[in-house]
Design a protein around this ligand. Sequence first.
Ligand code: UGA
Length: 430
Amino acid sequence: MRILVMGCGYVGLVTGAVFSDMGNEVTCADVDKNRVASLNKKIMPIYEPGLEEMVRRNMEEGRLSFVLDAGPHVEWAEIIFICVGTPPKDDGETDLSQVEGAARLIGERLTGYKIVVNKSTVPVGTGDFVRRVINETKTTGADFDVVSNPEFLREGSAIADALNPERVVIGASSKHVAMKLLEMYYTLGAPVIITDVASAELIKYASNAFLAMKISFINEIADICEKSGANVADVARGVGVDRRIGREFLNAGLGFGGSCFPKDVVSLLHTSNGLGVEFDMLKATLAVNGGRAAHFVTRITNRFPDMAGKTFGVLGLAFKPDTDDMREAKSVEIIKLLDEKGAKVKAYDPVAMANAKKILPGVAMCDNAYEAAKGADGLLIVTEWREFRQLNMERIKSLLKTPVIFDGRNIYDPDRIRAIGFEYYCVGKA
Ligand code: UGA
């Protein structure tokens, strides 16, 4: 299959790499000159385990290429995936200008039948919008179909998720069109849901919003645990064994960040309000999430009432492990609150420090976790990178000015850590 992928962000790049690895001929286009130039030098714009090897291999074997101008490739491609950015506007509405730009380009260059697939996360109704834009711009009688095929991959495990999806959702106007797209996914052996375009678009938002809601729910249960003597880890385990609920996404912590959940919940709320549906649960999900960083910092100020002049070591800056993505990272909120109270921060993150430096100029970046702990009044766990679980905690204790840990991700066994001599505060346990 000849595939054009428009947009080389997270979704586009991973989609292009995986489809080429499955034997398709793939051209990925992006309007960002620097991005395309570095991709052509096999330098990845993002950190994602396994991505570079896959891109390199498929470029070398001639199945994957990167171009600046998608135009000439519209005619060549059989299927076109729109994977451009869909950032939020100030009022929460999704900005579809990049989607519109891609649709215009397709329309202008349409000379024969194409399947145009929306893979970007887009509000319900966008499929119709893309169809309208292509119809308005096309200059030939060529036909096309617009399909919704949302992506469910997670940053940090994007390649594995794309190769082993839990489901493939295809929203199309007819079974015949859906089957054409299904041919591409067939080898993955994943459950397939074929539906109409609007339902497919909504499946993506409903999934992300539900997961976000689960996280806010367990974080409020954690608040009850902190006040009642219960332990949120055990509560989540006990609740999660019920298959109707499930254990995943019940990790209490600092709340959700990243480029998806915060913006997608706001976008779904915007859509629902526009349709006259209040969706109070989404409002509560956002409100709870918005308060997590402050709740965490309150626990620190309860222990250190005078924060001025104190220094804290922060382990983890990325919004989650295995990524260098700092978008909506809880570290930023926490460090800002500490700064307002006059405290200083030394931080370490295995891969996100280069990105973090740009948005956290006042933070001293350290070469490793031990350096971040050295001389600090307390240690904060903000992102649960695996390597933080394996630290020599005796050494950490000897380096800290005060052996106190505030663990925002519950990565340590409280009994073991206290036995070493730490004062240990975690989430959802008194
Ligand atoms: C999320 C979804 O999980 C993907 O299925 C979806 O494709 C993607 O958004 C998207 O829309 O593109 P992602 O944002 O990469 O993926 O990361 P997640 O692993 O879902 O984590 C999101 C946030 O929730 C992180 O800040 C994480 O720390 C937090 N989280 C997650 C918790 O606080 N508790 C949990 O139990 C799980």
